[in-house]
Write a protein that binds this ligand. Sequence first.
Ligand code: ACO
Length: 428
Amino acid sequence: MSEKATLTIDGKSYELEVSTGSENEKCFDIQKLRTESGFITMDPGFGNTGSCYSDITYVDGANGILRYRGYPIEEIAEKASFVEICSLLIYGELPNAEILDKFRKALAEHASLHTNLEQHFKGFPPSSPPMAILSAMLNLVSCFHPDVLEVYSEGHGFDRTAALLLSKVRTIAAYSYRMSVGKPFNRPNPHLDYCANFLHMMFSEPYREYERNEVIEKALSLFLILHADHEQNCSTSTVRAVASSRANLFSSISSGVCALWGPLHGGANIGVINMLEDIKTSGRPIDYYLDKAKDKNNDYRLMGFGHRVYKNFDPRSRILKNRLDEVLKELNKKDPLLDIALELEEKTLKDDYFVSRNLYPNVDFYSGILLRAIGIPLDMYTVMFAIGRMPGWIANWRELHDQRLRISRPRQIYTGPQERSFTPVEER
Ligand code: ACO
């Protein structure tokens, strides 16, 4: 017998189907509620609203658990490569050696940009925000590869399109950096793997062979893995909403990039470094910043703290924090911002304001320090997040199409004026 929830409105009862997820999460289904009762539900920010059934990523915010396709993030972070995780998220299973090799070859094959697409970089002022460039250029790719407009599922070029996107996003990101610093583009090197190739395109100097650094490549791979998916967050929901109109993969993901840009979402990784730098240079005590963040009359927030879903530690932040010391040591670097970050975290853990609101460091709190250590420039941090999130966005795009979901179209409760008569301007 299936479970049901009963909703009673004005003495009339409505039975709502209850569904249970594989980790025992429960929902009741209100799809027929409006037609049957005339009522809708109200949930601004969607804190209590499920938009889909998904097999991709599981987050248990109360217990600080994150799993990609069932695999705990801690294990993945230790043992996997980013490319393997892309394959896992998009296709549902870990690839065997043959599949992985094929996937790697496809990524190498699609790394370069059409010459005319490259020309578009010249149209951007050097100071352009890299997230604006990334979003615009990803949308533009479809002009040069019109076949990507036709792809709706596997068997219709999905594999090729997904590889094309994963590969080109890296090239676009690196070229936008090269353009911003007035340096020539470094064309992709098909003999380098995903992370090494990106670092080569970012940092190789003309006539000098790219010097590989395993510590940096592994740290970059870890960063990308930790950002690879996070179920129905703001940018992924945006990708799904756009995709639900049957928009192509590139335009859907270009919208996701725009959603990620905001400081409350992916843009927080830049905000964290600016905040830590400010604490360092101002010479003010950390308590000054804590008081400012707690002040209800001030919009200031501790960047990298808090999360809609995690009401416990964000496991990604823990992994980053544990790994940071090692990476800095291996690179023979010290970062005074790490000491400030550690002190800040320690103080919040003893402060009732943060404890009572479950405000712990999120993924963005320590990720910027890792990116600094491996030489990524500050204004590229959110772009790095976007590169990492690509497989999650692609997997969600594909799942939505495979499930043939309806177009996203929330309802509202109208609170504006009631009907009134229009008066021509000369009579007003
Ligand atoms: N600093 C100080 N107070 C905070 C913070 C913060 N970083 N975050 C939340 N609060 C407080 C709010 O003022 C509110 O207090 P109140 O109950 O007294 O009014 C309470 O905690 C709940 O906050 P909400 O804004 O309702 O939480 P929500 O779930 O809507 O927002 C968010 C989550 C956006 C992440 C928020 O915590 C925030 O702005 N954090 C800083 C930005 C950030 O780090 N974003 C990255 C998130 S992770 C990611 O997107 C990859």
